[in-house]
Design a protein around this ligand. Structure first.
Ligand code: NBP
Length: 509
């Protein structure tokens, strides 16, 4: 089949994300040429959707390249990793030229995007754009985090702004009345140019790291109410539904309320959540965020804790065995139910503030490392709609960076400071209760430790430095000397224990 150049953009990869994004683009009046490695998948998609002329079916990469108008623009939505390079090379072999734009919209590691932009520079303009929102986001408006050459962004911008989720400028909330074929008109798009090379994918990675901790915190709240108050899924669903009316209003709280009222298809009298195996999966973006935090020396401990909590959950069989021998207290709470529910809500809100403080601190450091200039108010703004962490709370972060673009840490913003000051007694109560009742709440605890550590003018690292100097002559700074001046003490010889070995007492082995 030969093609004439009629399409505004080409899209490769028609799995969940690709097919929904293609329909979204077509709904907004752009013609999209679509291709999938397995042709049957593309054909099935075209038959099922019976597209009204917005989609152009291509069976080969050559056809796809020929179908797109110049300067050609392509979206790659295939499995992150080696497949991105394979597809980019196929596009180049099929005739993509130096000024054509190849936008990888998968969950790629940002350093791969930096490398790809450099490696393919002579052949095409490689661009990296984070996409969040899953299947529904892709279909009805995702949050898009584009990073790459600013000239390429000018060409992509009209499409990105059209297909992104939209925010009502009056309420700051997402406009959610998009139906197939009837896209939202007006509103502020949840996309903005993030920065050069890997910046878009980096910010998307941090988004996912925050998503891990957001989900873990909700899980811990659910688990504490289940174990300390004996609450059942429908009651818990109501609590999450109420929380969704206030400061915790967010997509993840809303879907939690929905999930908790879902009956089990196998045992229709039961709730599905009670039959789902408690072993979490992961695809790696939380781990990337945590590894990067360690590499840069940024204390994103709550985010890392959420990743480790998934790892611990995955040791299901080991945990089952350990539960038979390792002892702890049986949960027993005799206090007021409503007071505890409200304390758990406060613990969740305070921990969430710390988690976002860590995510934004990470991005602050990354911009120094990679020489990007990130606009944190804008990043919070584009996360208000379309993405998995969308929440009313993000408006507060946007306001905080609007007040002070150079804010060192979100905790120092007056609004967040006041929220934690008001709610921390409850937060501490919940963490204490989880410890005394033997209920694992690692993210609540770790966020509180971060808060207490960050607000401490002194920490026990003085002793740690002394230990390092003692055994390894690693030197220390003195509290009464300027920073950067290092000291070493010739520590007295360690007193070694005297071992009295009697001749012939068995030392000849
Ligand atoms: P998958 O990540 O499951 O990838 C499947 C697609 O990749 C299929 O179209 C497959 O073609 C294609 N593909 C593979 Br695998 N290797 C290929 C190769 N060497 N050459 C050409 N095509 C190849 O799809 P997805 O879940 O739609 O996600 C797409 C991207 O979006 C991923 O990077 C993902 O991380 C990211 N993302 C996903 C979500 C989500 O909620 N799923 C959200 C945000 C971002 P085939 O049909 O021939 O096998």
């Amino acid at each position: 089949m030969s093609q004439t150049a009629v399409a505004d953009i080409g899209l490769i990869g028609l799995a969940v994300m690709g097919e929904n994004l293609a329909l979204n683009i077509a709904d907004h009046g752009f013609k999209v040429a679509v291709y999938n490695r397995t042709t049957a998948v593309m054909k099935k998609f075209m038959e099922r959707e019976k597209p009204p002329g917005g989609l152009v079916a291509c069976e080969t990469v050559k056809e796809l390249v020929a179908a797109v108008k110049r300067p050609r623009k392509f979206i790659i939505l295939v499995k992150a990793g080696a497949a991105i390079d394979a597809v980019t090379k196929e596009l180049i072999d099929a005739g993509v030229e130096k000024d054509d734009i190849v936008a990888d919209c998968g969950n790629s590691l940002w350093t791969d995007t930096i490398r790809r932009e450099r490696d393919y520079a002579a052949k095409c303009k490689f661009f990296g754009s984070g996409v969040s929102g899953g299947e529904l986001g892709a279909r009805f408006g995702p949050s898009l985090m584009p990073g790459g050459d600013p000239e390429s962004w000018k060409h992509l911008k009209p499409i990105w702004e059209a297909i992104a989720a939209k925010i009502d400028p009056k309420t700051g909330k997402p406009i959610e009345d998009y139906a197939p074929g009837k896209p939202v008109k007006g509103g502020v798009p949840c996309t903005a140019y993030i920065g050069p090379n890997g910046a878009g994918h980096y910010v998307k990675m941090v988004h996912n790291g925050i998503e891990y901790i957001d989900m873990q915190l909700i899980g811990e709240a659910y688990w504490l109410m289940t174990n300390l108050l004996g609450m059942k899924p429908p009651e818990l669903s109501k609590v999450f539904g109420q929380w969704n009316q206030g400061d915790l209003d967010s997509y993840l709280i809303q879907i939690t309320a929905d999930i908790l009222q879902q009956k089990d298809p196998v045992h229709p009298q039961d709730y599905l959540v009670d039959h789902i195996l408690d072993a979490a999966g992961q695809k790696g973006t939380g781990k990337w965020t945590s590894t990067n935090a360690l590499d840069m020396g940024i204390p994103a401990n709550a985010i890392a804790e959420a990743v480790f909590a998934r790892c611990l959950s995955a040791l299901k069989e080991e945990r089952v065995e350990a539960s038979k021998t390792l002892k702890g207290p049986d949960p027993a709470y005799k206090g007021n139910r409503d007071e505890l529910v409200s304390a758990i809500r406060d613990a969740l809100y305070c921990s969430k503030i710390c988690a976002y403080a860590q995510g934004f601190q990470l991005m602050r450091e990354a911009q120094k490392e990679y020489k990007w200039t990130l606009n944190f108010a804008e990043i919070a703004a584009i996360w208000r709609g379309g993405c998995i962490i969308r929440a009313r709370f993000l408006q507060k972060i946007m306001d905080a960076y609007g007040r002070n673009p150079n804010l060192v840490n979100l905790l120092l913003d007056p609004y967040f400071n006041e929220q934690i000051t008001k709610a921390q007694t409850n937060w501490r109560k919940v963490v204490s209760l989880s410890a005394t009742n033997g209920i694992a709440a690692p993210a609540f605890m770790s966020a509180l430790a971060y808060y207490d550590g960050y607000r401490s003018a002194r920490l026990p690292a003085n002793l740690l430095q002394a230990q390092r100097d003692y055994f390894g002559a690693h030197t220390y700074e003195r509290a009464d000397s300027p920073r950067g001046k290092f000291f070493h003490l010739d520590w007295p010889e360690p007193k070694r224990p005297q071992i009295d070995i009697q001749p012939g007492s068995g030392g000849g082995h």
